[in-house]
Design a protein. Structure first.
Length: 255
């Protein structure tokens, strides 16, 4: 059984004025194995952010189901879904979502504080994570005292502190310069190599080239998938660029 199963997901919204229906996702179907690193790409309006929100248990589908370890969390009540999300999913956001009046350490430990863990357990979980992410020497600093790349690594540490089954990243390099982006992606790859399952939404061809598999979403459906296999990162990048070109010209790959 796959770790994550997305079964024929459909999402329809009603517009605020007029009540017209807008279909964000038509029929999305795929699975993710434990330990995979999957990137999701697509143009603005393709439905990839809606898909991420549904996989994150932040939204519910109009049809279909999402299963983690065989459990359909989209059918849970709000309180149960919140608990399921806290216990199984970690999140990395483009704008970091760190609290400026908390130190990096307090930001990282916040999910465990909400769970009522004692400080010794929280510290024992945090130390190896911040050491691996090379930020142990700055955890007493505040977000406004560190660089964007360091903020994002703190956000990764916060996402990992609960030992999530799946790490969901929404444009994690979007607010970073090229050097910080490369460092961050290398860190994500290192985390993945240790067994962490990662799903990442990104506009960046370079970011996607770090993944094992790239899914392209177009008009609310999975349009195409690329598997890295034995390809180098540069070879994968070339394939991604070719696929993006096809996607942008409307899916005509006959040439």
């Amino acid at each position: 059984m796959s770790l994550l199963e997305v079964n024929h997901i459909k999402k329809v919204y009603k517009t605020r004025f007029g009540g017209n229906e807008v279909t964000a996702l038509k029929d999305v179907h795929f699975s993710v194995e434990e330990g995979e690193f999957v990137a999701i790409m697509g143009e603005s309006g393709s439905g990839k952010t809606t898909l991420l929100n549904i996989m994150a248990a932040l939204d519910v589908p109009s049809g279909g189901s999402v299963l983690v370890d065989g459990k359909d969390f989209s059918k849970l009540k709000d309180k149960e879904r919140t608990m399921f999300r806290r216990e199984n999913l970690g999140f990395i956001f483009q704008d970091f979502n760190l609290l400026d009046n908390f130190s990096l350490e307090d930001n990282i430990l916040l999910p465990l504080v909400l769970e009522g863990k004692n400080y010794d357990e929280m510290e024992s979980r945090m130390i190896p994570i911040v050491e691996n992410l090379e930020i142990r020497d700055i955890v007493k600093k505040y977000p406004y005292e560190v660089s964007g790349g360091q903020k994002q690594r703190a956000a990764i540490a916060r996402a990992l502190i609960t030992n999530p089954r799946i790490l969901l990243a929404d444009e994690p390099t979007g607010a970073l310069d090229s050097k910080a982006s490369t460092n961050l992606l290398s860190q994500l790859r290192k985390i993945n190599k240790k067994g962490q399952t990662i799903l990442m939404v990104t506009h960046s061809n370079v970011a996607a080239s770090y993944a094992d598999r790239v899914m392209f979403i177009k008009d609310g459906e999975v349009f195409h998938q690329l598997y890295k296999g034995a390809m180098t990162k540069n070879e994968m990048l070339d394939k991604i660029c070719d696929s993006v070109t096809v996607l942008m010209r409307g899916g005509d790959d006959s040439e």
